[in-house]
Design a protein around this ligand. Structure first.
Ligand code: SAM
Length: 251
């Protein structure tokens, strides 16, 4: 079967990297593993050996003859666009795994956050450039709204970089395996917080003050003063702690 570019199909063939993903996953008997994009089943076959319920979502119906034989009482393959899936059990410990289709990496993570799936771990392969943004520190050009938003929910760690030759067909870019671990969350208005972050980074070249011209600047200045920050700071200079303090001041 010819790999489909439009579905981001780069199948992982190097068992060293397949095992690096699998060995990162520790399960308890009642856990539920959700796999995004099982492809030809390279990860699915080994995930089955964890002997817990496994739900895998694959968009490409042409992979049915390869994937259907993997179904059993614990493993269920669904032929669905993961971004459309909404019926996640909210009372289970969930671990999400996937060598993601790179064209929708961020939408997938947004979907996981928006649908409150609340997984305890996410082990994913993403494009290295995207991983660098997720792992970025303040004062770097990679640090942006989504860095802070994602790291609000999950501690983000790099497992290993993966060269193109580990895939068939090889992608044009280096990839990275990431481990995301759920954090305990402060009790805040998430909608307001997301808007504050998005507004702060609206125009990267502008100062925070310019981007937040619709906000009560005197209150924000008080917060900046308390962190010894100058009034002309830019959004990428602030740690999450400062944004949370600004949100708190606005309430
Ligand atoms: N897990 C396999 C592996 O490691 O070899 C395949 C990985 S491949 C990079 C991404 C897989 O995601 C493909 O099988 C592709 O068809 C599937 N896919 C793409 N978009 C999807 C979507 N919206 N929902 C579910 N699966 C999707």
């Amino acid at each position: 079967m010819k790999a489909k570019k439009r579905y981001g199909q780069n199948f992982l063939i190097d068992s060293y990297y397949i095992n690096r993903i699998i060995e990162t996953i520790n399960v308890f008997s009642n856990d539920l593993i959700i796999e995004i994009g099982p492809g030809k089943g390279a990860l699915t076959k080994l995930l089955k050996e964890k002997k817990v319920e496994l739900r895998a979502y694959e968009i490409d119906l042409d992979l049915k003859p390869i994937l259907d034989p993997l179904n059993d009482e614990l493993t269920h393959i669904y032929y669905q666009d993961f971004l459309q899936v909404k019926d996640f059990p909210l009372d289970r410990n969930i671990i999400i795994v996937g060598n993601l289709p790179y064209y929708i990496t961020t939408p997938i993570l947004e979907h996981i956050i928006d649908e409150n799936i609340n997984p305890k771990k996410i082990i994913i392969m993403v494009q290295k450039e995207v991983a660098d943004r997720f792992l970025a520190q303040p004062h770097t050009k990679e640090y942006g709204y989504f860095t802070i938003w994602l790291n609000h929910f999950f501690k983000t760690e790099k497992i290993v970089d993966v060269p193109p030759k580990a895939f068939n067909p090889p992608p044009k870019v280096t990839s990275t395996i990431l481990k995301l671990t759920r954090k305990s969350l402060p009790d805040i208005d998430l909608k307001k917080y997301q808007k504050l972050l998005q507004d702060s980074f609206k125009q990267k070249r502008k100062t925070l003050k310019n981007n937040l011209s619709n906000y009560d600047w005197l209150k924000i200045k008080e917060v900046l003063d308390s962190f010894n920050l100058k009034e002309n700071v830019r959004a990428e200079e602030l740690r999450e702690e400062v944004y949370l303090a600004i949100l708190n001041k606005m309430e």
